[in-house]
Design a protein around this ligand. Structure first.
Ligand code: FES
Length: 172
């Protein structure tokens, strides 16, 4: 990896922002990459600002890859104060922010963050959201669960939705 990029990632990892679960989140998105086994969950909280619904804060948990953690740290800062539409308009490069262009083998790490954000901003994944069939799409148990809980078959609550990204397909 480019030493300059490695240095920026190391700096971002020294003090990652917005790490951890958010028990009172309004929405949760979880994505996985079956090729490298990385998973990332993002929690989002909204607020009203000047008559607009904007992202108040976002947090994340991730397994493994340093690049995904660094991008998630930057992205959760970047989306603060943005509307859902503005946040969805941010592509992988924008979310990676000051890390700059990522090498081809690391682009999917940023796509994992983009995927988690898109999943969290999907109205179907709002905590307490009601599906067309009238079922709660995210249970209270999921709302309070962390990423480790979801992988533990003993504590896996019903209704966890993990989206596995297709690394060959660009995120829309
Ligand atoms: Fe797969 Fe980073 S190596 S997400």
């Amino acid at each position: 990896m480019d030493p300059d990029l490695q240095k920026k990632i190391t700096e971002a990892l020294r003090d990652p922002k917005n790490l951890g679960e958010m028990p009172d989140a309004d929405a949760i998105g979880t994505v996985g990459n079956s090729d490298c086994g990385e998973m990332l969950r993002m929690w989002v909280k909204f607020k009203e600002q000047n008559g607009r619904k904007v992202i108040d804060r976002a947090t994340f948990q991730s397994f493994g890859c340093e690049t995904a953690i660094a991008v998630a740290s930057l992205a959760t800062e970047l989306i603060r104060g943005k509307t859902v539409e503005e946040a969805l308009a941010l592509k992988t490069e924008a979310l990676a922010g000051e890390l700059g262009p990522l090498p081809p083998m690391k682009i999917h790490c940023a796509q994992l963050v983009e995927g988690a954000l898109r999943s969290a901003l999907d109205p179907a994944n709002a905590t307490g959201a009601t599906s067309a069939a009238g079922a709660k799409t995210v249970s209270t148990a999921v709302k309070g669960s962390n990423l480790v809980d979801s992988l533990n078959p003993q504590s896996k609550p019903a209704g966890v939705k993990i989206v596995f990204l297709d690394p060959k397909k660009p995120q829309s």
